[in-house]
Design a binder for this molecule. Structure first.
Ligand code: ATP
Ligand code: MG
Length: 508
């Protein structure tokens, strides 16, 4: 059997971060297989794929495509060799339409002076061919992440990719979208395409992959057949120790109501109400989970509570006081922390250093600020302790964060938001992109915040996460509460019905 891709003894050292990201790594990917690439945050997966895609030169090692040694010094070389890559953090142009993004850089040489209409037609045909429907004229900035993902894949397929690298394609998708994507991936493999699939979700590895390769600390730990490897085996290969896949926590001891959302209506970007007359309360010492298919108002609700989006009607109260018209900063000062769903766009500033990112929300605090001057040494100490507590790999207190791996960027956001004993934590997709060990850590950290008296509002498309962390769960459907359930007793079927908009009717 020919290998579509063979990487031999790839080594890559990054002097700027002093990290040996790939240490003599070899990998064989067979033609027509779905090959999962897994490993902890910072293990070197993205680096290895960036090398294959021509984004980084390796220090040493060889790349073979279809059995022949090749030089890949630029993504153009990779594309010519039939390699496509969908990156962990999308690289689409937000102000362009879907069609413009997919055709970007292709129009003049291949299609001459095509009209926009033809472009849209091309995209529609492509979308139909691969069963990934999109509206070619929609603008990227108005699209949910799941749809942006689809555009990235179409973009690679448009360029005739035979070998498709998907770097954590499911991290941002809803369960339904994940199902659809996995079907698309299987289908592509059955038509002879080769897929390298990076994921932290071992269930997906089981569902979609033929073989998996595991990286740890820059090294290749081995390749296995998926059929004969169990999920706990995969997890311990990744982490080097057995991982607790179940969280054990004490029952909640809820106190007073600390946050109330009263008859709140919020509009989305296009002015249409996304949250309608919504009312609920969160008490200290409890985790309230918000379940729902994404796009049912969760994003707008969280933005409204954190102060990023005005509300059209109703009231928000914190500790008995109205906060409806307060700024993000005023709410923060009250002890409201926000882990945003999009760490790159609103969670972090990649142009600044780690310590600055960590204190950005509390630069006025006396410990970091004397008469208007930032105290760098205190910031540095805070950063050093965050790195340690959250195991942020390859980070230095005053170092740039732009080079951190995806999961480690997420940990920076968590370290910032969970520090300083917040009274109310709004956690939107808090474990997106994290490896199993880190998920275990974050879940414990959120429960610890709860147990020390914070209220936690958890929004997640991961139903498992909602069910295992929450003390109560409300299900959002089209911006309204379809029902409230007890995660201890509700069945998967019942919650599924609520998520689909049916009201729960129990027989007496
Ligand atoms: N351009 C770069 N400059 C310096 N260091 C880098 C660069 N890119 C990656 N690194 C470092 O190399 C290591 C491997 O990073 P990589 O992004 O490959 O990890 P990963 O396995 O993809 O992790 P994740 O699951 O979190 O995405 C990390 O420690 C990271 O900080
Ligand atoms: Mg990565």
């Amino acid at each position: 059997m020919t290998n579509a891709v063979e990487l031999r003894n790839i080594t890559k050292f990054f002097p700027s971060s002093n990290v040996l990201a790939n240490n003599n790594v070899s990998l064989e990917v067979r033609q027509g297989e779905v090959h999962a690439l897994v490993g902890e945050n910072g293990a070197g997966k993205t680096t290895l794929m960036n090398i294959l895609y021509g984004l980084h030169p390796p220090d040493s090692g060889q790349i073979l495509v279809n059995g022949e040694e090749v030089q890949v010094t630029h993504p153009d070389d990779a594309i010519r060799l039939g390699i496509g890559m969908v990156h962990q953090h999308f690289k689409l142009v937000p102000s362009f339409t879907i069609a413009e993004n997919i055709m970007l850089g292709m129009e003049p040489n291949r299609y001459g002076l095509l009209q926009k209409r033809d472009e849209a037609e091309q995209v529609r045909a492509l979308a139909a061919r691969f069963g990934l429907p999109v509206d070619p004229n929609a603008r990227i900035r108005d699209l949910p992440v799941g749809m942006q993902q689809r555009v990235e894949i179409l973009k690679a397929l448009q360029r005739e990719a035979q070998i498709l690298i998907l770097d954590e394609p499911t991290a941002v998708l809803t369960p339904q979208e994940v199902k659809e994507l996995l079907a698309v991936v299987r289908n592509l493999a059955e038509r002879g395409r080769t897929i390298i699939f990076i994921t932290h979700k071992l269930v997906e590895v089981k569902d979609v992959a033929d073989r998996l390769s595991v990286m740890r600390g820059g090294r290749m730990m081995g390749t296995r057949d998926v059929a004969t490897t169990t999920i706990p085996e995969m997890a311990s290969m990744m982490v080097g120790r057995p991982v607790l896949l179940n969280l054990d926590k004490q029952p909640a001891r809820p106190g007073d109501v600390i946050f109330a959302c009263e008859d709140v209506t919020v509009s989305d970007a296009s002015g249409i109400p996304a949250v309608r007359h919504l009312s609920f309360e969160v008490r200290t010492g409890e985790v309230l989970g918000i379940a729902g298919v994404s796009g049912n108002g969760q994003t707008e609700l969280v933005e409204a509570i954190s102060g990023m989006r005005p509300i059209d009607g109703g009231r928000l109260c914190f500790a008995g006081q109205p906060i409806t018209h307060e700024s993000v900063g005023q709410r923060r000062n009250r002890g409201i922390a926000h882990i945003p769903e999009d760490r790159i766009k609103i969670g972090l500033n990649l142009q600044t250093n780690l310590d600055e990112n960590l204190v950005v929300s509390r630069y006025k605090w006396p410990e970091f600020n004397r008469l208007g001057f930032l105290i760098r040494s205190a910031m540095g100490r805070f950063a050093a302790s965050s790195i340690k507590q959250f195991s942020i790999a390859a980070a230095r207190p005053g170092g740039e964060i732009a080079t951190l791996s995806g999961g480690n960027l997420q940990k920076v956001v968590l370290a910032r938001e969970l520090a300083g004993n917040p009274r109310f934590v709004i956690a939107n997709q808090p474990t997106r992109g994290l490896d199993v060990g880190s998920i275990e850590f974050v879940h414990r950290a959120l429960i610890a915040a709860r147990d020390s008296g914070a209220a936690v509002l958890l929004v997640s498309v991961e139903l498992d996460e909602i069910m295992s962390l929450s003390d109560r769960v409300i299900v959002l459907y089209r911006g309204e509460i379809a029902g409230e359930v007890d995660p201890q007793t509700v069945t998967e079927e019942e919650i599924g019905l609520l998520m689909g908009g049916s009201r729960l009717v129990r027989n007496p």
